[in-house]
Design a protein around this ligand. Sequence first.
Ligand code: F6R
Length: 610
Amino acid sequence: MCGIVGATSERRISEILIEGLKRLEYRGYDSAGLAVLNDNGDIELVRRVGKVQALKDAVGEQPLSGTTGIAHTRWATHGGVTEANAHPHISGNCIAVVHNGIIENHDKLRQQLQQLGYTFNSDTDTEVICHWIHHERKKHDDFFAAVQATIKHLEGAYGTLVMDCRNPGRLVVARSGSPLVIGLGIGENFVASDQLALLPVTRRFIVLEEGDMADITRTEVKVYDRDGNPVEREVHEFDGHYDAGGKGEYRHYMLKEIHEQPSAVRHALEERLTDHGLADDVFGKGSLELLKRVKHVQIVACGTSYHAGLVARYWLEALAGVSCNVEIASEFRYRTSHVHHDSLLVTISQSGETADTLAALRLSKQLGYLGSLTICNVPTSSMVRESDLAYLTRAGAEIGVASTKAFTTQLVGLLMLTLAIGQFRGMSHEQQSAVVQSLKVLPNKLEEALLLSEAIEALAPEFADKYHSLFLGRGTQYPIAMEGALKLKEISYIHAEAYAAGELKHGPLALIDAEMPVIVVAPNDELLEKLKSNVEEVRARGGIMYVFADKHAHFKSDDSMRVINVTHCDELIAPIVYTVPLQLLSYFVAIIKGTDVDQPRNLAKSVTVE
Ligand code: F6R
């Protein structure tokens, strides 16, 4: 999704802005731009469709001298991917605006501004913001007051950063629904939609709360709450573990992140387990008091995080003895749902900013849940700050748009949640110890799963010319099949569907032929024999299968079946271990297809709009 960077300094800032945009590239975008206030008080604007590199090249040809500026990567919502629609937008050659989010009443505001004589140069909702500020500027001497007056007219979600040619060295930001942080420097200050953008220049951040505005100069940051009262917001030191660093020896961030899973899980386990159970306060101070009362769990999430929730349902119901529902956030938030007695609302999110999941969390507060817990990767995110309890997945920054290590570390957190709730609901000491022991060997098992890399790379060419594929699993492996299918479609653009293997004969069997590879996840669990029958159903119809199987499951490769033996592991952690070969498969297929693995087309890393 869109990214924002801004800076006010004594030094030239165009390079800082461009480096910031580069660090936000992973979020997905289709055009980029920047505006810098030069020494003559003029706004210099450069925008380009495509990559930040194109913007950098353009700036390189005409170096910018200004010390205050704003920049943006745009992911089109209103208006096509054109230079005119790229941000920043300018009004009266003096007000420059970048904006993340959607202004829902932009049509109405546009008409009013047109009646006032404003001409629009883009199809974006954002342009109404800069013209409206320009209009308010005629009534308000003070730049901040003009932005404040404008914000009152806006409906929807926005993170907005504004620059005014008559106020060199000053930036104004407003946050409503779209995250913004202020980076604190010495004699210079910065703004970004994600702190990762600013790591080369600062490690100290203020995270703006919903409704906050800030008035920023080189030497001062004043924050105001939604009612316009001055407020002090905490200054956070950046958590070093969250720094992505570069790609290192890897060709793509996604591959690096796949390989980081053993160490990410090790880090996630540190100091959280005892020999037989969980350390105190894994879910936050005093969390056990709340978890003790939980009789039902309602999980809400999107995409890959939703798949983690689906796996957790098996664990929570079978081991922790609580009922559990799992729902996609965009559905949950718009329907009337029944709230079970003593129900805990659990959101799962890598970013902690996904608009639908965040809206579901906010909605839940009016619905009578016992409380809310988020399983999240970003410590400063809205979900962490707005939930009663938070479990940090400690995966480190995930840059590849396709989620990998965030997912496996979410599953670790959900197993811990199973322990935390189960200990109060009759889970025996033996069962708790078994979960702990399985978790402790997990990093090694993930390392062993990664050893399949070469074998999977060798398989990938067989998928590259296919248009469709089917993923099958049973039990906890059904959501893993769904996750495998999602990975394949998002980075290789091959249509992939997942089915619970038992559902095959209720429809999808009709699709089976030699042109549609069928990928089967087959650990050695109690459903193995049932799964084998499903495999025979596919074989009998001429299907070609790729079976990721436990070596004790006794599958044999033949003309219709390629067997890839996955390290033997406990049934409990099998969904986490079997995720790895499926991630590798999608990665290597995407490499052959030549797609943009880290930034697949049309997708964004953090979906902060509906
Ligand atoms: C897929 C993927 C997405 C996200 C989804 C939710 O690889 O990354 O499906 O899982 O957009 O994002 P978070 O977890 O940040 O709420």
